[in-house]
Ligand binder design. Structure first.
Ligand code: ACO
Length: 382
């Protein structure tokens, strides 16, 4: 039987702290009027000191697993799409894997800028339809507030923090992920980048003094690229699925700028209500924007069973991508019973305890090895 990848769970998390356009006028020379008319953004959520990409990803992941009623130990694969991982390595996906107790999952981060979630969805769907995996968790999560230059008004007004996640599961039924389109053009790499901190320009006093560890963007060129790419990718992904724009129920585009969304909507000849937008309250959350928007579209009853959705994104790289999905889950989802909620909490408590025990054992093993080494019997450094 041909296996198809179906979205069976979804979840989102945004930090409690909200930064409004008026708040930003206290930081840089800008105005609510400029930000709102040029971008459509009114406010964004900003991570607190103890929130990171992995902690937000974990919250979104737990919700998604709850909706899917899937045990973390049954996950085969975890992908975290992010441009702001907790560390360059280890991957944020491994931190999430450990905190979930997803003991048999492969885990890796995926770097494709704001298109990362669509890339992740495509990779996971193909691994599921090939029969390699049954259950995958795809997360888009970002803490962009940590790489934004808060003195650069051209960029700091645009971005926000958050995470969204979906569970993809193998099933022989019709629907699920129907087709995908992925693209890249590295000749535009300089349009949107974080210049320092990698092997090209390692972090140094000099790079920090010059602010080269902050995101740099040539906004107008990215804008032009986006309004060309979003409609083209949407058309192509539908064509690959053998479907037409007339059959489309909802487009969930990357949430970067309301003017980009509106120009793409016009170019596709779609009515405004066929394209979901929530960036007014979140700003651009990069790889997290599409899964957060998907969750909100479901909450607002904009998605129904059997609907045809297209998730479409563009971003740093340059990259772009789209996924056509026939929504197969009944909505609203079954509410999670109080007992199941308690059981889930216990499971995550067990995962944390398991992780601590494994760390302790590793530490004891290292201690034993060092002790033997000093005695002249065993030394792994030799
Ligand atoms: N407040 C007030 N004035 C501002 C601000 C601000 N926050 N920012 C810029 N300006 C000024 C500029 O200095 C400029 O003034 P000048 O004409 O005197 O030089 C003027 O406003 C116009 O600036 P532009 O950059 O031309 O403004 P534009 O209309 O292009 O809007 C924007 C800028 C919002 C950044 C737009 O280009 C855009 O949205 N681009 C796409 C960005 C994007 O989508 N990025 C995400 C990519 S995905 C990823 O991977 C992260």
């Amino acid at each position: 039987m041909t296996m198809r990848a179906h979205i069976t769970g979804w979840g989102k998390f945004v930090p409690a702290q909200v930064l409004t356009n008026d708040d930003l006028t206290q930081i840089v020379d800008t105005s609510d009027e400029w930000i709102h008319t040029r971008t459509g953004i009114a406010e964004r959520h900003i991570a607190s000191d103890d929130e990171t990409t992995s902690t937000m990803a974990l919250q979104a992941a737990r919700q998604a697993l709850g909706v899917a009623a899937l045990k973390p130990s049954h996950l085969d694969l975890i992908i975290v799409a992010t441009a702001t991982p907790d560390y360059l390595f280890p991957s944020t996906a491994c931190l999430v894997q450990d905190a979930l107790g997803a003991s048999r999952a492969a885990a890796f981060d995926l770097s494709a800028g704001c298109t990362g979630f669509v890339y992740g969805l495509s990779v996971a769907a193909d691994l599921i339809s090939s029969g390699a995996y049954e259950n995958a968790l795809i997360i888009g999560a970002e803490t962009l507030s940590r790489i934004v230059d808060w003195s650069d008004r051209a960029t700091c007004v645009l971005f926000g923090d958050g995470a969204g996640a979906v569970v993809l599961q193998a099933n022989g039924a019709e629907g699920g992920v129907l087709s995908t389109v992925l693209g890249s053009d590295g000749s535009g790499a300089n349009l949107l980048r974080l210049p320092a901190g990698g092997s090209y320009e390692p972090a140094s006093h000099h790079s920090v003094a010059e602010g080269r560890h902050y995101l740099k963007m040539r906004g107008r060129e990215v804008f032009r690229f986006a309004v060309r790419t979003l409609p083209a990718a949407t058309r192509l992904v539908l064509e690959r699925a053998g479907l037409t724009l007339a059959e489309l129920n909802l487009v969930i585009p990357h949430q970067a700028n309301q003017r980009i969304i509106e120009a793409s909507t016009r170019s596709l000849g779609l009515p405004p209500e066929a394209v979901f937008s929530n960036l007014e309250r979140y700003g651009n959350t990069s790889a997290a924007s599409i899964p957060i928007a998907l969750c909100e579209a479901i909450e607002k009853k904009r998605v129904k069973q059997n609907d045809l959705l297209v998730c479409v994104g563009f971003g740093a790289g340059l990259t772009w991508g789209a996924t056509a999905v026939r929504w197969s889950m009944p909505l609203p989802p079954q509410p999670i019973s109080p007992w199941r909620r308690i059981w889930q909490k216990l499971r995550y408590f067990y995962a944390a305890a398991r992780s601590s025990v494994r760390r302790l054992l590793r530490w004891l093993l290292a201690l034993g090895t060092n002790w033997k080494g000093s005695d002249g019997h065993t030394n792994h450094d030799k």
